[in-house]
Design a protein around this ligand. Structure first.
Ligand SMILES: Cc1cc2nc3c(=O)[nH]c(=O)nc-3n(C[C@H](O)[C@H](O)[C@H](O)COP(=O)(O)OP(=O)(O)OC[C@H]3O[C@@H](n4cnc5c(N)ncnc54)[C@H](O)[C@@H]3O)c2cc1C
Length: 433
């Protein structure tokens, strides 16, 4: 018989199992009526991550702990809520049971909110050799790589190797790619000349490679043009209409067969939905997302819902994979579940607008019919992101980091943080027996 996960009995209540504690899962937890439901959160990580600011961790702008929040700390004083750190493997729909790495979890309702991971489009070499940005751990990897390669560039007398180390390539012209390239360019402008004065700064090159004909292709074309102009002013070489087809850790191959030598490739060129086994063919779309009706109920299922990046609402006008969609779907589902699924409310997305930041004093915003850029957009971007961060202490920490780097033009967290383990066997003196 399979093992049952160690979770207290639900008693008289119904049990809602939430799979994934990201934007959707956390909003649902916040809104569900726990006098009616016992809530069980399953997540393979032990913390909720605020992904929009990961790029700032990667470029030493803010501390990882300011945007990663341990579930156990968030839930400390909460009743009727159980969190288990484990990986969900499959759903047994016939028994209303979720199979996880710690055993089986029965549910009355299952809510799947497992989000997305990086998409390498099936290229394992890209997966092995590039840096990505989907979690705090990956952001720290980028931070380590940037700083380590700057140190290696200082240490080498080999001109070709030095140029390779100083070439920074960001792949993907969406908001994350633009933010990442802009932030590295600001390090080049404000930080590297002070930290590495002996380096010839003109050797540091930043490329943004984008498969579309313009960056930020989901925004209005005028904003894309402004963004490209600003990136160019910052010294970023924007290459449109080309795909990266291969990277062996040293040479990038582009779709026009040209090549570029670099030790730093940051891959933010797309996302692919995470996968859970056991759902019906009817509900699994070819692109890996889960098909739902207007109430986020999985097609053909009575007890399973899907939210956020993983969900595709069949009649949805807007199925964008963004935080606002995830949170609004969760709030709507909480409303329906709290009403016992009677008199259900269909999900209608209230698009509050889109923003992306390009660097200091520069961002773009598209809010309804209003499109603007520059300092005002950047200020609103800062305000909205600060407001969305969990906890007063974290808001304050990020705010202080931002103000400090704004005034001093200097990020404060340039630490290479990885273990240096030297396990060589010590030469032992022969012993007489
Ligand atoms: C770098 C970056 C920047 C972004 N910037 C913005 C932005 O500025 N604005 C915006 O609106 N959106 C932004 N997004 C997109 C936004 O983060 C997503 O749309 C949002 O996170 C989706 O929420 P979700 O709840 O569906 O999934 P997520 O927030 O990704 O949460 C999924 C959760 O499921 C867990 N999980 C996955 N698989 C399993 C499993 N098998 N078992 C157990 N647990 C599992 C994960 O650990 C994770 O905690 C950004 C994304 C990234 C990566």
């Amino acid at each position: 018989m399979s093992q049952i996960a160690n979770i207290p009995d639900k008693g008289e209540k119904m049990r809602v199992v939430i799979l994934g504690g990201g934007f959707a899962g956390m909003k649902l937890i916040q809104k569900l009526d726990r006098t009616k439901y016992q809530v069980v959160l399953i997540d393979k990580r032990n913390n909720y991550q605020f992904q929009p600011l990961l790029y700032q961790v990667a470029t030493s702008g803010i501390e990882p702990s300011s945007i990663s929040f341990p579930f156990r700390k968030i839930f400390q004083k909460q009743q009727g809520l159980y969190y288990r750190m484990c990986k969900a493997i499959s759903v047994d729909r016939s028994r209303n049971t979720l199979i996880t790495s710690i055993g089986e979890v029965e549910y009355d309702y299952l809510v799947i909110a497992i989000g997305c991971d990086t998409n390498y489009y099936g290229n394992t070499k890209l997966c092995c050799n590039t840096l990505t940005l989907k979690s705090t751990g990956e952001a720290l990897n980028i931070r380590n790589a940037i700083l380590q390669n700057m140190e290696n560039a200082m240490n080498t007398a080999d001109d070709e190797l030095r140029r390779e180390l100083l070439n920074f390539v960001v792949v993907g012209g969406g908001p994350t790619g633009v933010e990442m390239a802009g932030a590295i360019a600001e390090m080049k402008k404000f930080v590297f000349p002070k930290d590495y004065p002996q380096l010839d700064q003109s050797e540091i090159m930043i490329y943004l490679i984008n498969g579309m004909d313009r960056v930020l292709s989901t925004f209005d074309a005028s904003l894309s043009a402004k963004t490209e102009g600003h990136l160019k002013n910052l010294g970023v070489q924007v290459i449109n209409n080309l795909f990266v087809t291969d990277y062996d850790g040293s040479t990038i191959m582009l779709s026009d067969k040209s090549t570029l030598k670099t030790k730093n490739v940051i891959w933010v060129a797309g996302v692919a939905p995470n996968h859970i086994k056991g759902l019906s063919d009817e509900s699994m779309l070819k692109n890996g997302r889960i098909l739902t009706d207007d109430y986020n109920q999985v097609k053909g299922e009575q007890h399973i819902f899907a939210l956020g990046d993983i969900a595709f609402v069949e009649n949805g006008k807007d199925n964008e994979q963004v935080a606002q969609v995830a949170m609004q779907q969760a709030a709507n589902l909480a409303h329906n579940l709290n009403n016992g699924l009677t008199d259900k409310r269909a999900f209608i997305y209230n698009n509050k607008g889109s923003m992306a930041t390009i660097g200091r004093n520069a961002a773009i915003a598209e809010i309804g019919k209003y499109k603007f850029s520059g300092f005002m957009a950047w200020f609103i971007w800062c305000f909205i992101h600060l407001r969305s961060i969990f906890g007063l202490k974290n808001k304050l920490t990020v705010f202080i980091d931002w103000v400090w780097s704004y005034i001093t033009y200097d990020q404060s967290l340039r630490i290479i943080s990885k273990p240096i383990k030297e396990c060589e066997e010590e030469e032992k003196e022969p012993t007489d027996i």
